[in-house]
Design a protein around this ligand. Structure first.
Ligand code: ZN
Length: 326
């Protein structure tokens, strides 16, 4: 697909198009951003543009090469991901990819490889990748996708051009959900919980999400009583696994962002169907207080994503939240 079909990353696309026009694309890229925000699409379009003979800085989308890439059937593109049921990208997989890249391309001017997610390269495979990143065989293009570049070896990071993708905005998620045939009602419910990831928005199950959201709002109400047992119980409940914790934090971010909007006098909120609960959050504390909490929820989310212990992180966050109302 042409770059114009990718939503929300205009500045990145402008940079890529400029390097395509000047023939100065990097050998290795590291695309960092939440899974489902458009990194893979951008990577594939960049490869399409490099392979496409009809255009210098874009994919035409209709030539045989562009069409093969769109349907996932181009013989010169290699995708490297963990095998089913395996945690890591193994050294054997990596060697196989290196062997493929060393062969002459079948039809494209060069070979290309996407490694997704790059944080699943284990130490052996990451070390073995270093030389390939430095001197890609046959001018091959290597694109690594990651949710968090800091989880990669610094020696891998430093050999790639880092491009940071922002999460998709709420408006773009809503638009993309609509294009995917999701009803408007369902879209307004899941979009705020998606953390800027279309993939996550599409995976969220409406009904169980509604139930989980009600539960979180009820627990938040209880936290305001400032009882230590309630705080630790709630932290225990939501720290079962990292994904559950991140979902909770996404919900809290969305609630507090809305509460801050209300506190600042704007009537526009995204969690429209639970407006009374949001109004209650907004009125329980001052606007600066809610802003500080919003910042702390962001911090907690970053920490949990960087492997902080979810239970301890939530204990601390919930303590602050209950103190703020005392
Ligand atoms: Zn084309």
């Amino acid at each position: 697909m042409p770059f114009a079909d990718i939503l929300g990353h205009d500045r990145i696309i402008e940079v890529l198009k400029r390097s395509l026009r000047s023939g100065k694309t990097a050998h290795s890229y590291l695309f960092e951003g939440v899974s489902g925000c458009g990194r893979r699409k951008t990577a594939l379009t960049l490869i399409q543009a490099l392979f496409c003979k009809s255009s210098t800085d874009d994919a035409c989308g209709v030539c045989p090469s562009c069409r093969k890439i769109d349907s996932g059937n181009h013989p010169d593109i290699h995708l490297l991901s963990p095998l089913p049921d395996k945690r890591d990208i193994s050294i054997e997989q990596l060697r196989e990819m290196q062997r493929e890249l060393s062969l002459r391309p079948y039809e494209a001017p060069r070979k290309a490889c996407i490694i997704d997610p790059a944080e699943r390269l284990n130490a052996n495979s990451a070390n073995s990748l270093l030389k390939t990143l430095e001197e890609p065989p046959g001018n091959a293009l290597i694109i690594l996708l990651t949710e968090n570049a800091e989880m990669l070896l610094s020696t891998v990071r430093s050999r790639c051009q880092l491009i940071r993708f922002a999460p998709l905005s709420l408006e773009h998620i809503l638009l993309l959900l609509e294009r995917s045939g999701v009803s408007q009602e369902a879209a307004t419910l899941v979009a705020p919980m998606s953390g800027g990831s279309l993939q996550k928005a599409l995976e969220l199950d409406n009904e169980s999400l509604v139930a989980r959201r009600e539960n979180v709002l009820a627990k938040m109400e209880k936290l305001s009583i400032n009882q230590i047992a309630t705080i630790f119980d709630a932290a225990e409940e939501f720290s079962g696994n990292r994904d559950a914790t991140l979902e909770l934090l996404d919900m809290l971010l969305s609630f507090f962002r809305d509460a801050v909007h209300l506190g600042a006098g704007s009537g526009e909120i995204v969690n429209r169907s639970v407006r009374p609960a949001i109004e209650s959050i907004a009125s329980r504390r001052s606007l600066p207080h809610n802003l500080r909490l919003l910042e702390q929820i962001y911090e907690t989310r970053r920490a949990v994503q960087r492997n902080a212990n979810p239970k301890l992180a939530l204990d601390q966050l919930f303590m602050t939240m209950s103190e703020a109302t005392a």
